[in-house]
Ligand binder design. Structure first.
Ligand code: HQG
Length: 184
């Protein structure tokens, strides 16, 4: 498979494993899992023609490790980013001193007034590293890097969760913990 084919499959997997499983007639369980055979059947009913080997390649090579197989490889789910109701069961964790969030310039004034809101997702998504955060912001315009005083938030009682692919999740970041990164 070339990169274009893998990206196309990854995008479609994001759609059905996070947002619209009904699109291919599959059901996710409460933790977001679906059996691999049910997923492949659903994909192939919709003329996607994906083999187990192709699915494995997409999961393993995915730039952001968006998907994961269960330990026995019989099930698959998205690591985060759902809009359907799922309980991912991530452990609460103590965040580093600073976490980052990249956003397009046009949202900054609203964020500095209302804080970071989860919008359509279940959580606000934060990252440790600068490059990833800037890339996230650049999806929708000129990116601005925001720094979140996450350790202080945690001390103040806010809960944080971390996914296996190192995305930090929280419910809301009030504006007082956010600053625009210098030197950008
Ligand atoms: C913004 C992708 C105005 C927020 C990415 C963001 C990430 C506000 C947008 C992951 C706001 C929501 C998550 C406020 C937040 N006023 N705008 N008060 N509060 N926003 O896509 O963080 O490819 O739901 O800054 O790479 O951009 O899906 O969140 O711009 O890791 O795996 O509202 O999604 O990963 O957008 O992206 P999103 P996000 P995947």
């Amino acid at each position: 498979m070339n990169e274009k084919q893998k990206k196309k499959i990854s995008k479609f997997l994001s759609l059905v494993l996070r947002h619209k499983p009904e699109e291919i007639g599959i059901e996710l369980d409460d933790q977001g899992w679906v059996s691999v055979s049910e997923l492949l059947d659903g994909l192939n009913r919709n003329k996607m023609n994906i083999t187990i080997e192709m699915l494995q390649e997409v999961v393993v090579s995915n730039d952001k490790q968006r998907f994961v197989f269960s330990d026995d490889e019989s099930q698959i789910r998205a690591n985060q980013g759902h809009s359907v109701s799922v309980e991912l069961g991530y452990e609460e964790a103590i965040p580093p001193q600073i976490l980052r969030h990249g956003t397009p310039e046009k949202f900054v004034s609203s964020i500095m007034a209302d804080g970071l809101l989860k919008m359509q997702r279940h959580h606000v998504h934060l990252h440790v590293d600068i490059e990833t955060s800037i890339a996230v912001g650049a999806r929708r315009g000129k990116p601005v890097l925001l720094e979140i005083r996450s350790e202080e938030m945690h001390r103040d009682g806010f809960r944080f969760y971390v996914t296996p692919n190192n995305v930090w999740l929280t419910d809301h970041v009030p504006a007082k913990y956010i600053q625009i990164a210098k030197d950008q």
